[in-house]
Design a protein around this ligand. Structure first.
Ligand SMILES: [Mn+2]
Length: 352
């Protein structure tokens, strides 16, 4: 799995005559040597030279875990503490020595950074190749989505207007964590007026009557899911049901329109056009979605100002929402895989 990824990078270095790729972004590091560990990456930096073995640089904190689990076996360690064998006191020292040893002068980096005695150029190459998922990645994302579906099913059972947001979040997380490595982000349970915010920190307020936006996801073998369902609690108004059905209509029409080769921005534009018909376009205040994979937010961004086409191998969310200030909100989110056909990976029910 990793060999292929390293090969792509080395090929680019050859083609564009660079000496090495210095990788510092956590998602990119995991992509190259430790995809299955979501919480704490094993190493702080990876150096892929044009020729020769890759080098990983870890803190002494992770040394022995990295020696066991990192796919790159050539490991350098930094440590400021006395009595611990190291290759330098800090990451910058070790990186400088590594680059000197392989005589790297022209370097590509995934994050903007200055490197002493070398010319460094930022390049999104690794972020970009991560957009095209391979079979193993799809298998893991599929599993993460299945656990998210299980969470949505549990919510139908545990949502109760007399429970607090934090209690519902805890009950949901308890169920999810039996099956997953961890949450892919902090579970959002936004009830009553709180549902009119597109982001929310859970409170000790009871759900009461109205719509409850539940946004959550998990990591499974290092890969994410991200799902949102909006549930009715207690009594809900006709307006709430109307808005719910508009969001659902837009979301499903947008998903039906996803096809490899089409513009990504078209997905976002279609949803805005539908909301406009109903007079709600002012209240869709975020983009339509984002790629998922090793990280819960990665490329591509599903937005009207994004340049790029839908490609086979893409996995991203489609999550339109309508947020009526001081009243309520509705968001519905699914995870989509563009394979031979377009597949909705999250299958939890959406009909109220
Ligand atoms: Mn999302």
């Amino acid at each position: 799995m990793y060999q292929k990824r390293w090969g792509k990078i080395k090929e680019k270095l050859y083609d564009e005559k660079f000496d090495a790729f210095v990788v510092r972004n956590e998602g990119n590091i995991r992509y190259l040597c430790c995809s299955d560990v979501p919480s704490f990456p094993l190493v702080s930096c990876v150096v892929v030279p044009r020729k020769g073995k890759n080098i990983a640089i870890a803190s002494s904190l992770e040394e022995f875990r990295a020696r066991e689990k990192c796919a790159i076996k050539n490991l350098k360690v930094f440590c400021p503490y006395p009595g611990i064998k190291n290759d330098g006191k800090n990451l910058d020292d070790v990186l400088r020595n590594v680059l000197k040893k392989i005589n790297a002068k022209k370097i590509l980096t995934d994050t903007k950074q200055k490197i002493k005695n070398a010319k460094a150029k930022q390049d999104d190459f690794i972020f970009n190749i991560r957009m095209k998922k391979d079979k193993e990645e799809i298998k893991r994302i599929r599993k993460a989505c299945k656990i998210a579906d299980y969470g949505a099913k549990i919510l139908w059972e545990i949502i109760d207007e007399n429970k607090t947001e934090t209690r519902v979040a805890n009950e949901l997380d308890h169920a999810l964590r039996q099956k997953a490595q961890c949450n892919s982000f902090q579970t959002i349970i936004a009830s009553g007026k709180n549902s009119s915010y597109s982001h929310h920190d859970n409170t000790n307020k009871k759900l009461g009557n109205g719509m409850v936006i539940c946004d959550f996801g998990v990591y499974y073998d290092g890969y994410c899911s991200d799902i949102t369902r909006t549930f009715p609690a207690g009594n809900v108004s006709e307006e709430m049901i109307d808005v719910y059905n508009i969001v659902l209509e837009a979301q499903e029409k947008a998903i039906k329109n996803v096809r490899a080769g089409k513009k990504i921005s078209g997905i976002d534009k279609l949803i805005r056009a539908i909301f406009k018909e109903y007079g709600y376009d002012r209240y869709f205040v975020h983009s339509t979605g984002h790629g998922i994979g090793l990280e819960v937010h990665e490329k591509p961004r599903i937005a009207c100002d994004y340049n790029g086409k839908i490609e086979k191998g893409n996995v991203f969310t489609v999550e339109p929402g309508i947020y009526l200030p001081k009243k309520f909100g509705v968001r519905i989110e699914d995870d989509i895989f563009v394979g031979k056909t377009v597949e909705v990976l999250t299958k939890a029910k959406k009909k109220l």
